[in-house]
Unconditional design. Sequence first.
Lengths: 409, 237
Amino acid sequence: MLRPPLRTQAAVAVGKLASRTSQMLGRGHGTVIGGNITLKLDPGALQSLVGKRAVTVITGTNGKSTTTRLVREALGSTHKTASNRGANMPPGLIEAAADQSAQELVFEVDELYVPRVVESTRASILVLLNLSRDQLDRITEIRRVAELWRSLLTRVDWKLTVIANADDPLLVWAVGDYASVVWVSGGYRWKEDAALCPNCSRVRAVNADGTWTCECGLNRPTATWTLDATGANGPHGVTPFTLGLPGDFNRSNALVALAVAAERGIDPATAIGPIEKVVDVSGRYVTADVDGRAVRLFLAKNPASWTELLYLLSHENASVVFVLNARIADGQDTSWLWDVPFEQAAGRAVVAAGDRRLDLAYRLQLANVEHTVAESALAAIKNLPPGPVELLATYTAFHDVLKELHVEW
Amino acid sequence: MSNGDRLSIALLYPTVLGLYGDRGNASVLAHRAKARDIDGEILVVDPGTPVPEHADIYLLGGGEDIAQTTGCELLRADGGLARAHARHAVIFAVCAGMQILGTSFPADGRVVDGLGLLDIVTTPGSPRAVGELLTEAVGVDLPTMTGYENHGGRSRLGPDLKPLGRVVAGIGNGVDDGTEGAVLGHTLATYMHGPALVRNPAMADLLLGWAVGKGLPPMDEPLVDALRTERLSAVRK
């Protein structure tokens, strides 16, 4: 194995020391602080640390962390694999890249940092999951992200395979006429950001079966990987599966993980076992015990993810707690609440909590959802009738809940 | 009202011009009308369906550049919104919707002709205006207005057009005259994007009052009062 240059090794050593100090001071995992210091000392550290190893970059508005975890498990069935956890800008990747024993690297990457990471690591696989409205106070325009990716793909001059969601027109446009693409179709409930053709701006005609075409020539590609009720259909035939993770969106994420594994030469029959065993991802989907109540935790960040989760909850009878913050990491604008079909939450015990619980309470009121308001998530849970609870929280609210409930992640 | 006892609210192209929960404005209007025993119906107008000729209130929301351009072209081709404006129907336009009502706006590096219903010229501006927006009313009689803005436009109002408000915090129209939004007859436009009426119930009542042709009885909503107080203090802090 080639060792990284001395300068990089020294920069990593100093970064690791900072990470450990930060951990000891109880300030979280310390991954970002350490990575930042390493990159300050050696701006080329990520590239040097990755070396010639195969990198899979996973991006999209929703499902990055979960898909990264599933891909890590799938590739881990045959190769030592390292991946980052949650921190998805370049400093967050350093710790995983520094693991020189790993043969495969899997990075979840923030949408805006994709070009930088893909180009500096000369990634082998780029996974594009989906693109929808999220943190628009930071990202400003969704199309700008699609343009970034489209432009990146015109510059790729090495062997890179794109694995992309055929059901998201923005991604189909972003991929453009890039030659090496594997299309995946796992179903996608959110359509609000794709009324217009991203290529020509015409109103897009969607057929009853979900396929679509546009006069300008942009069409839904035929997917190599699809889902049915029992499992995945791909070039290897049918791979039946039953996931430990809930929700249609996670079946779609598992399908993507199988496609990545196949691209890395791993048979789906081998890859699926470790994927099925995953039951939680960095605190998401964990069931915590609060005074004898089983509380299942969901991270809900934007209209598309709230929509998927409300659909999931509408098939169950548990009480629900919604926790809304609008700090910088959540996006400071709560307008999107009005894009979410909260009407589906009617008919059960509902509590609104979090910094911005008043915004949420009014949204629930106008959706005719009876509810109460509580200052904290913990208070909300304690006020509910006995029985299971589903808790949906925005990013910072979710991490506060993990802390309050002492959930390790 | 145009349809007897029913108040009809036309929500124009929400799939195209509805980037920031703009449909919330229709919900607030229907809710506050119902509280005054006025039956309201929300007409969702998708691209390809004609803009209704006899709605009482027309709502126009925000969108990214290509959506704004396409939305504007669809409205121009339809002609219904211009006819509604000519017969003094109530129009409430937010963000990109406000720019569309003007004479021109920038999109994807081009200058696009607006519908020309309001004398507003919008040009690109920097930095992008993102954050809480707080204004005091100028063109109408309303209490302090609170909202969120996220736009890259600078909008200059023609000499005969009144602004909706004067900026206390935020950017607003952004042309160094401290103005925000615009009012002309029964058309009200603002950079407070998305569900602007949620935090500004008096603005919702002003639109409803115009639509029904009389003032509305007061309505007590402590939750909305608390939400307003919280937002106002967050910005003034």
